[in-house]
Design a protein around this ligand. Structure first.
Ligand code: TYD
Ligand code: MG
Length: 452
């Protein structure tokens, strides 16, 4: 007989309590504990007896039937680590309106597999209009507009799809529990049922998840632990480009990103991201510099702009767009201490053009150069780029994959690249002039030398 139990669980760490509390004792988060009604259908002993999963020695397990399913979208294949793994659950999260539904619909109507696209948000007509907008040549894709999990499972049984898409997990609800649609227990229960379906049938399931205002996936944090792959779809709504970033991947690297541009006919892959993030101008402007960042196996050139002006208020402002503001403060402290620049009385604004956010310390030298350029009003030659991390004593430090970065700069026609002295190069007769320095002081002398 089914027994009904009421428990309280934390939607951040999953800890369970017999009564409600304001703060979770386990993870310390406030207001994360929610009521959950659990119906247990069988007694645990019976469950153990019914358990018929086989124990197998690792040598004997075959992986042949687990060949990845390739998608007609190489960016996504790369981010996934080479395609969809059968039986896996992929969560794609992102802000409303960023293009999640467009991305998954694009995959669904272009892949040569039978797809079941379940939408709890849009009507079949709306989805059809969108699909027509993206492509007239649509493959076998079934659209179901339904929010009840049990009915969705029935359709899965009837249609027997090879790929399932759920748009979105927050709109799906199961009859097993009484909590309202979109609540933490509902999301948890629906996801765990879908995981069972995926593992038992080997059908990969892509689910879309909304995110909250502070950028976390709406619902329980445990959702991220439950699924195999978490991909964040992000971008600036004022810009056309979108980035698909892997946050967790049980079957591949998390350092890969996919870059797309949103057009009126859907999302298109950006083949040459460096050209997207740098403006191809010939005249040099003060405050601008070029740096090189790495994502996975690709290097991308980015343009950094700085504006340094006299502080009007007592406390100088430090505003950074796309670059870590704590790191910016550190670089400013190094400039003050090692180069004697009186930056403490100046406002400093930093912007990485294109709206991209970068956490790569290899941009340090480019950021510092653009600040110095704006501060002195001396422009940096537009054919020069920078690539080094800066240490606390003002020394230039090596960065990862320096050869890959130099080759991208060379490919795009830059004439000079400034890197750290200790960099290990396997470049012999490159067209680009490679200048190695060990101290920030020497870089400043080199870059602003001719204009003194
Ligand atoms: P959508 O995929 O609905 O976003 P999400 O599912 O993440 O909420 O994308 C909606 C936005 O994308 C909307 O503002 C319109 C725009 N868009 C295009 O620019 N071109 C297109 O071909 C499509 C289908 C949408
Ligand atoms: Mg949507």
């Amino acid at each position: 007989m089914a027994t009904i139990k009421k428990i309280f669980s934390c939607n951040n760490c999953g800890a369970r309590y017999p009564k409600w509390m304001g703060q979770c004792v386990h993870c310390g988060e406030w207001n994360t504990i929610e009521e959950e009604i659990v119906k247990s259908k069988k007694n645990p002993e019976q469950k153990i007896l019914e358990n018929n999963s086989k124990v197998q020695e690792i040598k004997d397990i075959s992986t042949q039937k687990n060949e990845r399913i390739k998608i007609y979208d190489n960016e996504l294949n790369r981010v996934l680590g080479g395609g969809l793994v059968p039986g896996s659950l992929i969560l794609i999260s992102g802000e409303p309106g960023i293009g999640k539904s467009t991305l998954v619909l694009q995959i669904s109507i272009s892949i040569n597999k039978k797809v079941l696209y379940v939408s709890g948000e849009e009507s079949q007509q709306q989805i059809k209009i969108r699909a027509d907008r993206i492509s007239n040549d649509q493959t076998e894709c079934y659209i179901l507009t339904e929010t009840n999990l049990e009915l969705i499972l029935k359709s899965i049984e009837n249609i027997l799809p090879e790929i399932i898409v759920i748009d979105s997990i927050q709109t799906i609800q199961t009859d097993n529990i009484d909590n309202s649609q979109g609540s933490t227990p509902q999301i948890k229960e629906c996801t765990s049922t879908l995981i069972k379906v995926a593992k038992q049938t080997g059908i990969p399931i892509i689910i879309i998840g909304h995110i909250t205002k502070d950028g976390n996936i709406a619902g329980p944090k445990v959702l991220e632990h439950m699924v195999d792959v978490v991909l964040n779809f992000e971008g600036d709504k004022n810009h056309q480009y979108r980035i698909l970033r892997s946050k967790k991947n049980r079957f591949g690297s998390t350092s890969e990103i996919g870059i797309y541009e949103m057009f009126d006919k859907g999302l298109q892959i950006v083949k040459n991201p460096s050209e997207l993030f740098t403006s191809n101008r010939d005249e040099a402007l003060s405050g601008n510099s070029i740096g090189i960042t790495i994502d996975g196996n690709r290097s991308i050139m980015v343009e950094i702009q700085a504006l340094v002006s006299s502080a009007v208020y007592g406390t100088p402002q430090r505003i950074s767009n796309g670059f870590n503001s704590k790191r910016l403060n550190m670089l400013l402290a190094i400039l003050e201490k090692k180069l004697g620049f009186k930056i403490g009385v100046k406002d400093v604004f930093i912007n990485i053009t294109g709206g991209i956010k970068i956490e790569d310390p290899a941009l340090d030298l480019a950021v510092v150069s653009s600040i110095l350029s704006s501060n002195t009003n001396l422009s940096i030659d537009s054919k020069v780029c920078f690539c080094a991390e800066i240490g606390l004593s003002g020394e230039l430090r090596n960065v990862s994959n320096i050869n890959l970065r130099i080759s991208e700069a060379e490919r795009l026609g830059y004439e000079k690249i400034i890197i750290s002295k200790g960099s290990k190069l396997n470049y012999n007769n490159s067209k680009i002039q490679i200048l190695k320095f060990s101290k920030l002081n020497d870089v400043v002398k080199e870059v602003f030398r001719e204009q003194d």
